[in-house]
Ligand binder design. Sequence first.
Ligand code: ADP
Ligand SMILES: O=C(O)[C@@H](O)C(=O)COP(=O)(O)O
Length: 427
Amino acid sequence: MTILLGSIADDYTGASDLANTLTKNGLRTVQTVGIPDPSLPLPDVDAVVVSLKIRSVAAQEAVAAAGTAERWLRGRGAMHVLYKICSTFDSTDQGNIGPVTEALAEAAGGGTVLVTPAFPETGRTVYLGHLFVNGQPLDESPLKDHPLNPMHDANLVRVMASQSRGAIGLIDLPAVAGGPDAVKARLDALRAEGAGAAIADAVFESDLETLGEVALRTPVSIGASGLGLGLARALVRSGRVPSTVNTTADAIRPVGGHAAVIAGSCSSATLRQIAIAEQAMPVLRLDPERLLTAASDEISAALSWAGERMEAGPIVIAASTTPEAVSDLQSRYGREISGRAIEAATSAIAAELVARGVRRLVVAGGETSGATVDMLGIPAFLIGPEIAPGVPMLRTIGNSQGEMLVTLKSGNFGGDDFFATALAMMR
Ligand SMILES: Nc1ncnc2c1ncn2[C@@H]1O[C@H](COP(=O)(O)OP(=O)(O)O)[C@@H](O)[C@H]1O
Ligand SMILES: O=C(O)[C@@H](O)C(=O)COP(=O)(O)O
């Protein structure tokens, strides 16, 4: 398999979001979970998105895992590697966007790396280096209350600089509006000034087309699905992509079996989606504190609740709760401990549901999805049709439990009736 574009995603929902965008924009794409075993039968593709769970881990761990994935992708022919970060720039105070960017740039021989989380289709725009989420500055958006990565500064030049050793520049909207040559000139000027990376403004898809064109002339870039769109369109325009075959066809064959939703995202979008689902299907709200203090009892109770309802139709099991309840739990047990314990419990519930016949599974939340997919041991996914912007339906490849349809929903994505919409498509 020789690929044109490689990507390393810092979480699993982000990987499926990017894989969806690349597919929609003309690249045959597969999503792997980590580096696949050489014996895994992967289809012929133009792009591979390697999913990692490194958004909130220690910076050195993230750097090491991204480096291994980068070498694997380069070994498969990738001339360009996109490090897929969250469109809301989710990161810890130490990174991991800055440290991974510097490591990937060094591995690629230096240069100023182009960075933009803009994804206009989902309301993420960048102007003068400031990130807006559906028109609100990042630090005033619901991301200020994220359980693991609360974002308190919309100025991405400042955020990235605080995570980096080198200086961070800005490619402002007038430069982007000037087209690829103007952006390249600005990037070269920043390089001469010693900037390790540059945040690029982008408000419209046309801005991302310009940035994709320039990024493709460099070995590495950092961004969300918007930059993926720019890179995919630039590759297609370059004539290097072989004739497009419909790769989603294989992904939609029905699998049957029971259907379930597991939610661990506490984003405002997911909280609304759970409330709407309550009007249409059985919803179990887990007791988050018991998931920390009496996990096996709470898990057993959830499984017997599910066992009584699964035959009749889809069920929803959620740990998700309001920002106030999250911060109350965290103040008593710690942020990291609460998050990881709840991820362990929701993924254990998901694994047991699959053992009892669930073959159609929706998971809400990036970290929640990572823990669940790891627990299930799924090695890779084919990319199916889009359910909502940024969220495709996936079909497992090489899954030891048999073929499954899976949806990994970023906490922030999807309309209010997302769960019913997804389950109606996953047959
Ligand atoms: N009730 C809760 N209290 C505290 N943390 C929670 C609760 N429910 C879920 N979490 C944790 O919040 C985090 C949500 O992150 P994630 O799954 O990535 O969602 P998102 O996609 O919204 O970022 C996970 O670590 C999850 O275990
Ligand atoms: O870019 C995005 O917003 C998403 O693809 C993403 O990274 C999802 O992260 P979570 O919100 O943690 O699921």
